[in-house]
Write a protein of this length. Structure first.
Length: 185
C-alpha cells in the first residue's frame, strides 16, 4: 500500500462516525445475506429416520415425514411436528417467521420473545421483513450504481473517442434529460 493510501485510511478511521457507520453497515449487510437462516418459517435442519433434511434450501413433501399429503410440508402444523419429533428433531431459525404471512400469527402483536419487533396490520413479522427488506434495498442500490457507472463510462468513452457531432448530440441529450426531473425518476 502506498503512503498516500495509508494516510487516507487513517484519516477515515479518525472520522469515528463514518468509520463506525461503515462497520455497522457491513455487519448488517453480512447478516442480511443469511436472511433465510435467521428468519424463516421453515426449519434449518430436520433429522428424521436417520436422515438429515434441509428445508430452507429444498422443498420436501409431507409424506417424507410420515404425513398424508404430497404437498409442501407445513412445519408449524402440530401433527407434522409430532411426526418429526417422534423419530427425530427440528432446528428452527431464531425468528420462526418469514417476511410473508404465516398461519398462527397475531395481527398487530406487540414486541415479544416470539415477535421481536411485533407484527404489522397483516400479521407479518416486522423483524423478518426488515432483514429481507434491507438485503433487497442494498442489493438493488449496488446493482443500480454498478449499472449506471458502466453505462456512464461507456457513453463517456464513446463521446471522447468520436468527439465532434456525436459528442455535441449526446451532451444536448443529457442536458435535456437532466432538465426534466421526472425523467430521472
Amino acid at each position: 500500500m502506498s503512503p498516500l493510501t495509508k494516510k487516507r485510511i487513517e484519516r477515515f478511521k479518525n472520522n469515528r462516525r463514518g468509520y463506525w457507520s461503515l462497520v455497522i453497515f457491513i455487519i448488517l449487510l453480512f447478516t442480511s445475506l443469511f436472511a433465510e437462516i435467521i428468519a424463516n418459517d421453515k426449519p434449518i435442519l430436520v433429522f428424521y429416520h436417520g436422515h438429515y433434511y434441509y428445508p430452507v434450501f429444498h422443498t420436501y413433501p409431507e409424506t417424507t415425514f410420515g404425513g398424508e399429503f404430497g404437498t409442501e410440508t407445513d412445519y408449524k402444523d402440530p401433527q407434522v411436528a409430532k411426526l418429526i419429533n417422534s423419530d427425530g428433531w427440528i432446528v428452527m431459525p431464531p425468528i420462526e417467521y418469514a417476511y410473508k404471512f404465516s398461519l398462527g400469527t397475531k395481527v398487530l402483536a406487540t414486541p415479544s420473545a416470539e415477535h421481536w419487533l411485533g407484527t404489522d396490520d397483516q400479521g407479518r413479522d416486522i423483524a423478518a421483513r426488515m432483514i429481507y427488506g434491507f438485503r433487497l434495498s442494498v442489493v438493488f442500490g449496488l446493482l443500480l450504481t454498478i449499472a449506471s457507472s458502466v453505462i456512464g463510462i461507456i457513453i463517456g468513452a464513446l463521446q471522447g473517442y468520436f468527439g465532434g457531432w456525436f459528442d455535441i448530440v449526446m451532451q444536448r441529450f443529457l442536458e435535456i434529460w437532466d432538465s426534466v426531473p421526472s425523467l430521472l425518476i
